[in-house]
Design a protein around this ligand. Structure first.
Ligand SMILES: OC[C@H]1O[C@H](O[C@H]2O[C@H](CO)[C@@H](O)[C@H](O)[C@H]2O)[C@H](O)[C@@H](O)[C@@H]1O
Length: 596
């Protein structure tokens, strides 16, 4: 069985990512890209779906772990009644091949270790052709081939094959050092040479430490902020500059439920908001790379703008279900692809225009294509903003006039107008100003409910939505406007339970059924709680904001990682893991606490 989500750690090589459990089992890894088929998919089923476990055989073993400094190199220390062993796991930033290294070191006493290597391609479905081969150095290795993909396991002790899996034991004494590595490469190419573990470990640590040194944030909660930034960086596909929302698919929003989605794609929203966190903390190269990715990806008719793309800019992300996988603790279906890619969500224009405005203000000059693209996007939005959409939460119910979508459309025009006024860029500024005012007047007239003393989820809904907390922070109204304060209060009252804030009431009924078209029930979306911290801090309630923030930090796992949601009924993280949205809002909240 898989572990609770918070018992996993993230490894990454800026092209894909792996999840390693506290039990020493790598239960998730897609190769060669984030969105490729998984070679280890045990997290969505069991060991039969692929995993690589190295851990003491003694069932009484306990484990603690940490990342080495500001890196993604993970050290797990196992203790048994007979001794202690350290397992170091890492993935060096990528070239054409992909490597995953595991080093086992005896610290004390003597420990018997078990190794299980179960390889399946295509999300646990395909059993590859597996052979023992000799590599360039004449050492024995295990080679696996299926279609375009090949994998090779090398190690100081290789496990034995039996019944479509490899397993074995070995003994580690104080001072023993044993190295293992798994390499992916295209199956039509020759097996790559074995890299030296010491050299790769040094290079990997060097890469992450040099990256972390660029962080300009020196305010409160620096360590947890930096871990969040490292996590955001690890969700970047370095080759193109795209960023995935999370490296997993179908970790459920409610354990046992059907709200299981594939997040291994680049949402313009999540990436734009991540970019703001990175820009606000000194990382401008990432902004430049993402802007270049955006330009290439959305090139063409602005009407065809999608809300998400593949890491290489792919547009067709058709959704299907992997019926052979039972799902995380039975949470079916397991979805591959995401049907939300075909939705219209107008808030995306605001998030993209805002992130690019921050980049511009930080000194990232516009080039021949970047500003014309932004001008075309807002011109296209001018024709469409008044249409109903699916909103920030990607509702699968009826499109509606979501208040948040309109507010973010206002943001898009506002940032475009300011670009012309402040940076003397060319554009249809009078038209943009007029549209900005029209939207503002409409939202104030139709999106605010006097009785509730709050903005509402959609026009006339009579219900709140946590996304409305952005109204103040995005500058639609001042933070101390009574309507903004009323909305903060309404969210606090209607959607908050302890430190947690629900995005909206999934059980609230409309004449067509639930508002999102799905059966009710999910965890609390962690980004909403961090938004509340920011709103409280920005409206002068710093003390309350700090208390709430610290309570939320108590929900991170032992490594500072967060999934998309938290389910207070079972006291566990739920949803895809680790999720950019949770980490980027954590950063925004910490920065707000540090201001003033
Ligand atoms: O809850 C329904 C929707 O859930 C996913 O969307 C959520 O994750 C996105 C990526 O982080 C985020 O941008 C969005 O705001 C969230 O609601 C899922 O991808 C959708 O298909 C699904 O309808």
């Amino acid at each position: 069985m898989p572990l609770p989500i918070e018992q996993y750690a993230l490894l990454g090589d800026l092209s894909t990512a792996a999840l390693v459990g506290l039990d020493g089992s790598i239960d998730w890894l897609c190769l060669p890209r984030f969105d490729s088929g998984a070679v280890f998919a045990a997290i969505l089923g069991d060991s039969e779906n692929g995993r690589w476990k190295i851990a003491p055989t003694d069932e009484r073993a306990t484990a603690t772990r940490r990342y080495v400094g500001s890196s993604l190199v993970l050290e797990t220390e196992f203790r048994t009644p007979t001794g202690r062993v350290r397992v170091t796991d890492f993935m060096p930033p990528r070239d054409r091949r992909a490597d995953l290294f595991r080093r086992v070191e005896g610290i004390d006493g003597t420990v018997e270790m078990g190794q299980e290597f179960v390889l399946r391609f295509d999300y646990g479905r395909i059993r590859p052709w597996v052979r023992r081969v000799h590599d360039h150095e004449g050492r024995e290795a295990i080679s696996a081939v299926a279609g375009p993909d090949a994998l090779c396991l090398r190690g100081d002790v290789l496990p034995d094959a039996s019944d479509h899996r490899h397993s074995g034991t070995f003994t580690v004494h104080k001072g023993t050092v044993l190295d293992f590595s798994m390499t992916w490469y295209p199956s039509h190419e020759r097996l790559p040479r074995c890299h030296d573990t010491d050299e790769r470990l040094k290079a990997t640590l060097g890469y992450w430490h040099a990256w972390s040194e660029r962080c300009s944030y020196n305010g409160p909660y620096r360590d947890i902020v930096l871990r969040s930034l490292l996590t955001l960086k690890a969700l970047t596909y370095a080759e193109t500059g795209g960023m995935v929302a999370a490296p997993t698919t179908s970790l459920p929003e409610q354990v046992g439920g059907p709200r299981n989605w594939d997040y291994r794609f680049c949402w313009l929203r999540d990436a734009a908001l991540s970019l703001r966190s990175l820009l606000d903390t000194g990382f401008r190269d990432e902004a430049r790379a993402w802007r270049a990715w955006l330009l290439r990806t959305v090139a063409g008719d602005p009407e065809d703008l999608q809300i998400m793309y593949g890491v290489g800019g792919e547009r067709r992300l058709s959704e299907w279900t992997a019926d052979w996988l039972p799902g995380y603790f039975g949470s079916a279906p397991v979805r591959i692809g995401n049907a939300a890619h075909g939705q219209v969500q107008f808030d995306v224009y605001g998030e993209v225009m805002d992130a690019l405005a921050v980049a511009r203000d930080s000194g990232l000059a516009e080039d021949d294509f970047s500003w014309p693209l932004q001008a075309t996007l807002v011109d296209s939005l001018a024709e469409r903003w008044h249409q109903p959409d699916s909103g920030i939460w990607e509702m699968r119910g009826e499109p509606r006039p979501f208040t948040h979508s309109r507010v973010m459309s206002w943001v898009a025009f506002d940032r475009a107008v300011k670009a012309v006024e402040k940076h003397k860029l060319p554009g249809n500024v009078e038209r943009w100003k007029k549209t900005r005012d029209e939207i503002r007047n409409e939202v104030l007239a139709k999106g605010f409910d006097e009785e509730l003393n709050s903005f509402t989820q959609y026009y006339g809904s009579g219900t709140v939505d946590a996304a409305l907390l952005e109204i103040g922070s995005m500058g639609f109204l001042p933070e101390d406007d009574p309507r903004v304060l009323g909305t903060v209060e309404a969210v606090n009252r209607e959607l908050r339970q302890g430190p947690l804030v629900w995005r909206y009431l999934t059980h609230a009924m409309t004449p067509e059924g639930t508002v999102d078209g799905l059966p009710p029930g999910e965890g609390a979306f962690l980004a909403c709680s961090f938004w509340l911290v920011k709103s409280l801090a920005d409206s002068g309630r710093k003390h309350e904001a700090k208390e709430l923030f610290e309570e939320l930090l108590g929900l991170t796992n032992d490594l500072g990682l967060l999934a998309e949601e938290y389910d207070p009924h079972i006291g566990r993280q739920v949803g895809n893991f680790p999720q950019a949205f949770s980490h980027l809002t954590l950063v925004h909240a910490a920065l707000a606490l540090g201001e003033g």
